[in-house]
Write a protein that binds this ligand. Structure first.
Ligand SMILES: Cc1cc2nc3c(=O)[nH]c(=O)nc-3n(C[C@H](O)[C@H](O)[C@H](O)COP(=O)(O)O)c2cc1C
Length: 205
């Protein structure tokens, strides 16, 4: 089973990243997780979860406890010597969920200034799957140009935009739909939502 890198950067919608990790772990897919400094505080603000510890090892323990799995490794964004920093370390690819405009621009510029940007740079150069869920509203032309540049480099740009033909009952359904679409982009099977079967009610007019 190939492992995946998951990065949670400092944009709103951290719950999508958390839900994605839960689903990968449930599918027995090993996860290499990197959470940016800002993302830790956004996770706490948006979900009430405090995943940060005093050291990288303590944070990893907290994360493994929360996800009830040892199949997840955590690396600090400063840890540029982490395995996922090298192309020789093979993974199935990488998700950045949610992806801030700052991280998007760092990847589009090839800046590789932290582990998230470096791992993404490696995934692109090695021709592996990189899936970004950029979150901002509205997008400026700078954001859109960065997305177009990355799309042309083979990156999947999958903003967390829910659909409503599923008739979501609650927030969980909306989150599951978005996470399911992200997993679809990587070709990972899931049963997070019911697929469209075309059996909609036709308008009488
Ligand atoms: C509560 C909160 C919500 C934020 N939401 C977004 C967002 O949705 N999109 C975005 O691009 N930046 C957002 N930001 C700003 C980023 O966190 C900021 O640009 C940061 O430098 C991103 O760094 P990172 O990508 O390394 O995590 C938010 C910041 C805070 C504190």
């Amino acid at each position: 089973m190939k492992s995946y890198i998951v990065a949670i950067s400092g944009a709103s919608g951290s719950v999508y990243g958390i839900r994605l990790v839960e689903e990968l772990i449930k599918s027995k897919i090993p996860v290499h997780l990197c959470i940016s400094h800002t993302a830790f505080s956004i996770i706490e603000t948006e979900t009430g979860l405090d995943l940060s510890g005093k050291t990288e090892a303590e944070t990893e323990k907290k994360i493994q406890k929360y996800f009830a799995s040892k199949n997840i490794r955590y690396y600090s964004e400063q840890d540029l010597a982490a395995p996922v920093s090298s192309g020789s370390f093979i993974t199935g690819g990488m998700f950045i969920v949610p992806c801030s405009m700052k991280t998007l621009s760092g990847i589009a510029g090839g800046y590789a200034n932290n582990l998230i940007e470096r791992a993404a740079d490696v995934v692109i150069k090695e021709g592996r799957k990189l899936i970004l869920a950029p979150r901002e509203m509205p997008f400026s032309s700078i954001h859109l140009e960065n997305m177009l540049k990355l799309s042309r480099a083979g990156v999947t740009i999958a903003p967390p935009v829910p659909a409503f033909y599923q008739k979501p009952k609650d927030l969980n359904d909306i989150v599951d739909f978005v996470v399911g679409k992200l997993l679809d982009s990587a070709g990972i099977t899931h049963s997070l939502f019911k697929r469209w079967g075309g059996n909609h009610k036709k308008s009488s007019k």
